[in-house]
Design a protein around this ligand. Structure first.
Ligand code: EPU
Length: 289
């Protein structure tokens, strides 16, 4: 899974499948159900920490299919879950539709962004959603309106067991030049504060209510601290960089250390923002003193 995640760590998956369209996805779900194999969806793997023994069952990546996007009347867009956020933001900009500028530079797919209610610079994907369509393991599709989907900070609560296949976004008319300028500004801000050219999974911890995980980790004096080949970024303390060849165990041990030191200093318990999945390799577990 190191090849399918931006962290660049993780053991093998039993099977990886790339459905090209809904019919493919339906077949994969059906087959997995028949064979009693569990299915795990990924997008671009930009918010995932896969453990060192990898993932049992089939990993389904929408990143090579389900990428249709089109405009709908009334400043709306229809897009499928496998499209990248970069592709979505560019399409909206080219069509003079504002409301997605905050996505500038966020890595991931539309499906992943919905599942995690991706957000940055004051915007969240939930704010522009009109409806979301899901496919269940029987291959049935249902569309749920925004008011019936429950979103919170970095989470979508509805349909956890189903695959997000598409959504409709409600945007607004905006001058193309103004959209591009806003996106450029955001991309610049991001590059000034985050280690973008490094192997990371974005923020490792959620911001505690009214506080900032990055500031708390920084104040605990942890910038630059390293476990194996995993290092706390010196640019932003809530990012862990894989310096090359880190194990998931290195990263998890570093996360434990961050949680522990922050708790001791501030009494605040940090909660992981990256999704941690898969099986641990008992030979790699690290226990820090
Ligand atoms: N700070 C420090 N030291 C650090 C890092 C940050 O003191 O090492 C301070 C900053 O000076 C600032 C505060 O902490 O006063 C907040 O930092 P920043 O503005 O960088 O934002 P953030 O809260 O750390 C959040 C999201 C990011 C998103 C940015 C921009 C979370 C956990 N993180 O970061 O999202 O890009 O805002 O809006 O909500 C992600 O989800 O993966 C992600 C990168």
């Amino acid at each position: 899974m190191d090849r399918f995640t931006t962290f660049g760590v993780g053991g093998k998956a039993d099977i990886i499948a790339y459905p090209q369209d809904r019919a493919d996805l339906r077949k994969i779900h059906k087959l997995a159900k028949e064979k009693g194999v569990s299915a795990f969806m990924i997008g671009l793997g930009s918010n995932l920490l896969v453990k060192d023994r990898g993932i049992r069952g089939v990993v389904i990546s929408l990143s090579k299919g389900l990428r249709t996007i089109k405009t709908l009347p009334g400043d709306r867009l229809y897009c499928e879950a496998g499209l990248t956020l970069a592709g979505l933001a560019a399409f909206a900009a080219n069509n003079g539709l504002g409301g997605l500028e905050f996505l500038s530079g966020v890595p991931g797919t539309v499906g992943g962004a919905l599942r995690m209610n991706a957000g940055a610079f004051g915007g969240e994907i939930k704010d522009v959603i009109e409806d979301v369509s899901f496919m269940n393991c029987e291959g049935e599709i249902k569309t749920v309106y925004r008011e019936d989907v429950s979103f919170s900070y970095r989470e979508m609560q509805t349909g956890a067991e189903d695959t997000i296949i598409s959504c409709t976004l409600a945007l607004f008319k905006k001058d193309i030049k103004a959209i591009r300028e806003e996106m450029k500004k955001i991309a610049l801000l991001r590059s000034e504060t985050q280690p973008l050219n490094k192997a990371t999974a974005g923020s490792v911890f959620k911001n505690p209510p009214g506080n900032s995980a990055g500031r708390l980790i920084d104040e605990a004096g942890l910038k630059g601290v390293q476990v194996g080949q995993a290092k706390i970024s010196t640019k932003h303390a809530n990012f862990i960089e894989n310096l090359g060849g880190a194990s998931a165990a290195d990263i998890m041990a570093l996360m434990e250390l961050m949680k522990d030191r922050v708790y001791k200093k501030s009494g605040i318990s940090l909660e992981a923002e990256v999704k941690i999945v898969g099986q641990e390799d008992p030979n790699k577990i690290r226990v820090l003193q």
